[in-house]
Design a protein around this ligand. Structure first.
Ligand code: NAP
Length: 240
């Protein structure tokens, strides 16, 4: 039986590439999205992957949404916490709503989605969780205290949950993408983006498929000894 994989924010950008890569590798994929029905419908028509609309920043909506997926598609064995937003601004201009929206959507969502699937994974003694962080959570970024805090939090969350899951066959890893050519990055002003690209040693933005490749590696059934790690996929932009 094909393993069931859920990709949050799986209908556009990096999430779409992850959904498609998982499907192509034989997984039974469900993709989640927030509100862009047009993009989700086009995605399902293009890929044949069902799309489920719920807001990952809302704990109750996540529990209901994942229960529906488990009912219709099957128990979630692979979870990719990919949904994310930016609400950029320097701290002295940022209001609490923009702080909170980014924390809830990018970080609390990891708690809510993992909480919904973890008991099933523990019961079946198998699970693969991949959380999508960011180079800006590692290095910080001007105008992104909210986003950097949320993404940095993901890396701590990943390590702590990896320790809890290890004895139960559940691996928990993160990917920290650099700048990837998606709608999120296309929203960055062109002159700023030009300067950013100059700081990427490979000389280009990443593709969504560059990130999906890392996810496939981490969720493999045989990837049993890699947990609590972060894979940097950033074109050499930031190295530890
Ligand atoms: P994107 O193109 O803006 O797509 C975002 C996806 O997340 C969409 O499917 C969107 O659904 C969904 N989403 C947003 N808020 C949601 C919510 N509250 N509930 C459910 N789904 C929600 O973003 P992306 O560039 O592919 O980024 C994907 C992930 O990679 C994010 O976590 C981002 O922070 C991270 N990342 C991106 C880059 C980059 O350079 N692009 C770099 C580092 C990290 P709708 O279509 O309904 O809006």
């Amino acid at each position: 039986m094909a393993r069931v994989a859920l990709v949050t924010g799986g209908t556009r950008g990096i999430g779409e590439a992850i959904s498609v890569a998982l499907k192509d590798a034989g997984y039974n994929v469900a993709a989640n999205y927030a509100g862009n029905d047009k993009a989700a419908k086009a995605f399902t028509e293009r890929t044949g992957i069902p799309a489920y609309k719920f807001d990952v920043s809302d704990f109750d909506a996540v529990q209901a949404g994942i229960a529906k997926i488990e009912d219709e598609v099957g128990p979630v064995e692979v979870l990719v916490n990919n949904a994310g937003i930016t609400r950029d601004g320097t701290l002295h201009r940022m209001d609490f709503d923009n702080w909170n929206a980014v924390l809830q959507t990018n970080l609390s969502s990891c708690f809510s989605c993992c909480r919904a699937v973890i008991e099933g994974m523990r019961g079946r003694s198998f699970g693969r969780i991949v959380n999508i962080g960011s180079v800006n959570g590692q290095a910080g970024q001007y105008g992104q205290v909210n986003y950097a805090a949320a993404k940095s939090g993901i890396h701590g969350f990943t390590k702590a949950l990896a320790k809890e899951g290890a004895a139960k066959g559940i691996t928990v890893n993160a990917i920290a993408p650099g700048y990837v050519d998606t709608d999120m990055v296309r929203a960055v002003p062109e002159d700023v983006l030009g300067k950013i690209i100059k700081t990427i040693p490979v000389g280009r933005l990443g593709t969504a498929e560059d990130i999906a490749r890392g996810v496939l590696f981490l969720v493999d059934d045989n990837a049993t000894f890699i947990t609590g790690s972060t894979i940097d996929i950033n074109g050499g932009m930031h190295m530890y």
